[in-house]
Design a protein around this ligand. Sequence first.
Ligand code: UDP
Length: 405
Amino acid sequence: MSGHGQMVQVEEYERFVGAETVQRVKEKARALRGLRVAHVNSTYYGGGVAEMLAPLTLLMNSLGIKTEWRVIQGSPDFFSITKKMHNALQGGDINLSELKREIYECVVYDNSIRNDLDHDRIVVHDPQPLPLINHYEKKGPWVWRCHVDLTSPNSEMWSYLSSFIEKYDAVIVTLEEYAQQLQTPQVFFMPAIDPFSIKNRELTESERQSRLDYYGIPTDLPLVTQVSRFDSWKDPEGVIRAFKLAREEVDATLVLLGDVATDDPEGEKVYQSLLDYREERIIILARQDTALVNALQSRSAVVVQKSIREGFGLTVTEAMWKATPVVGGNVGGIKYQIEDGVNGYLVSSVEEAAQRIVQLLKDEELRQAMGQKARESVRERFLMIRLLEQYLDLLGSFETTYRIP
Ligand code: UDP
């Protein structure tokens, strides 16, 4: 393990994936050494995108690829519009007025003035910075990485955004089933976690306990937890209803932990709407505390992620990595992580969620067996080195036709 202030090196993944994989990744990186790459998104923290960009950009730099991370700025009305766009991409309605388009496009234009982007490769994440591509002379390929659940995007929304998307050289979506009608080639990358971060590495029992004590979370009964931005797609109310049903059969404490991302202005409203449900055994916390996320995911008997739409669901991966069984909504990326009845449960209703929570709370052996399989599947499929390799393959796959002689 690296000390404080030292970058994680790719070799540290050897203990999880073996020397051969690490060697292969290093060779692929060697071929790209000196390449200048920029990732662009709209928040430094909160949500899965920032969670991945932090370790990914560091690892790429550690391998000699000059990788920057730029974050666009925007006013609250800009982020309110882009959140509506996010919701519409996940199938919600939107009133896409001329004024909304103007605010969206103007704020992105302003950001383009402030940001020199002349890198060899540019990766733009999600809808917020998407129109940036209109304002640069391309010096290399531009890639749009869309992290949202594209099961059934609102068609008006998609056709408006397509005019920007089609200017990109490639599009990355999370699952093949999210592929859209586009001229631009599409590839599929599932997200991944950083096993060395404070959120995901093994904490000592006393570190865990001290985080829980700090927030007054009781540990006399088993914990059932959902960690999520306060977002209605994550169905926090459904989690509370399922927990109340489950509690008719087995006693436990529910914790809903959420943070509010700077690019998600709806969080506060959703959080406020839940507060009336608070009681001794239903704890609802809005905090930004990654060690607490870790403590809850590892100490809980059951983690729930009862989403209605979910691009991928890194919180599911994180809990599975800690060998905690997850009861997850049978949607989006969750169904590619949980093999129902093997390493967790997939559910489609409040009642089903309640039933699986009860089953797991009553059966410690089942929890342990599922938890071990869950951790193993994350080790095999969802660690950052796999995502890094996919990026190396993609970034290395373009012909260098844009290079200035
Ligand atoms: N997260 C966090 N604190 C919270 C809630 C969420 O650190 O209170 C993190 C969570 O651990 C995960 C990310 O935010 O790393 C959420 O990613 P996910 O893919 O589950 O959902 P998204 O927010 O991107 O829709």
